[in-house]
Design a protein around this ligand. Structure first.
Ligand code: GRG
Length: 305
């Protein structure tokens, strides 16, 4: 009997990622139409469809599939997490935040549409994400599950999540006394919280019980921090020119990073440890179905840009 389910040794992660990204892009394209007022919808579509690796939606879908849920069940919440991610980048790029001219290889939203539109398009996308979560109910998911999913996303976005990370980051810019604990708080909030939300939302929609949810939550927290530690290591190992930031902005010099605080060797050890801890969480599950999440941990650990 032919078995098409993935096993870690034969699993083709590249094809899996590509295939899922295509379905996510299709769903995102359908989620915002060019209706009136055209300007805001154009601006939303510009950033939402500008590319990006679609890591968060993919994590949601993979976590849902781990517990036997179908891709279609996780798709609305997968779109919602990508909307939140995109709007956070749009706001982060604004001149009074991180002031970036380029994002995903294209001019940033405010460079094309202006600052007011970029703020409002981000706000509208936040609201649109909520609509998509509720749309999940039409796909055979109970209202209890939907409520739990909404709570997860709200926690990941707000002053305990993305916003917490951003405010501490903004307020500590250039602070030479920023320590390891502060840095970890910023990373856990700015990056890990939404990755955690993405995985947990997918797991809930797939029918995971509380114990299972907590296991994948731990997996997600580890890969979230891993993502940032690897990012910090790459900051050191690749030239600042490649970072595509505003010319003249001194990026590497005044930024607190893991290598700066604990050195490159210890940073690499820490990232190995986080990867191992992430994969350990998946040990008790059906090994055929954990392949995408294991591959994702490896991908995040080994990426080179
Ligand atoms: C969320 C209400 C609300 C407000 C936004 C501005 C802000 C608050 C938060 C900023 C958060 C931020 C910039 C986090 C960094 C996230 C991160 C790791 C980005 C890179 O993610 P990738 O590599 O990017 O997945 P692509 O482009 O592939 O999607």
């Amino acid at each position: 009997v032919m078995d098409s389910s993935p096993t870690p040794s034969t699993f083709d992660f590249k094809s899996y990622m590509l295939e899922k990204a295509i379905s996510v892009n299709k769903a995102l394209d359908a989620s915002v139409s060019l209706q009136e007022p055209v300007k805001i919808h154009e601006s939303m579509r510009y950033s939402l469809l500008a590319g990006g690796k679609r890591v968060r939606p993919l994590l949601s879908i993979a976590a849902c599939e781990l517990f036997g849920g179908h891709e279609a069940v996780a798709m609305p919440s997968a779109c919602a997490v990508e909307m939140i991610h995109t709007m956070s980048l749009m706001h982060d790029d604004l001149p009074f935040m991180d002031n970036d001219d380029l994002r995903r290889g294209k001019p940033t939203n405010h460079k094309v549409y202006g600052e007011s539109v970029a703020v409002l398009a981000g706000d509208a996308m936040l609201a649109l994400a909520a609509f998509h979560l509720v749309a999940t109910e039409t796909r055979g998911v109970s209202s209890d599950q939907v409520v739990r999913v909404i709570v997860e996303l709200a926690k990941a976005i707000g002053a305990e999540g993305l916003v917490a990370g951003q405010i501490v980051d903004v307020c500590s810019e250039g602070d030479p006394n920023l320590g390891l604990e502060d840095l970890e708080f910023i990373h856990r909030s700015k990056t890990a919280a939404l990755l955690e939300g993405s995985v947990v939302m997918g797991a809930i929609l797939g029918g995971a019980n509380d114990e299972e949810v907590e296991k994948v939550r731990k997996y997600a927290r580890c890969i979230g921090l891993l993502f940032q530690v690897v990012d910090d290591i790459l900051d050191v190992t690749k030239s600042s020119k490649e970072l595509g930031k505003t010319a003249g902005k001194d990026l590497v010099a005044d930024k607190t990073t893991y290598p700066k605080l604990i050195g490159i060797e210890k940073s690499r050890e820490f990232s190995d440890e986080l990867k191992r801890e992430a994969i350990d969480q998946l040990a008790g599950f059906n090994s055929d179905k954990t392949a995408p999440l294991i591959a994702m941990a490896n991908y995040i650990a080994n990426r080179d840009n």
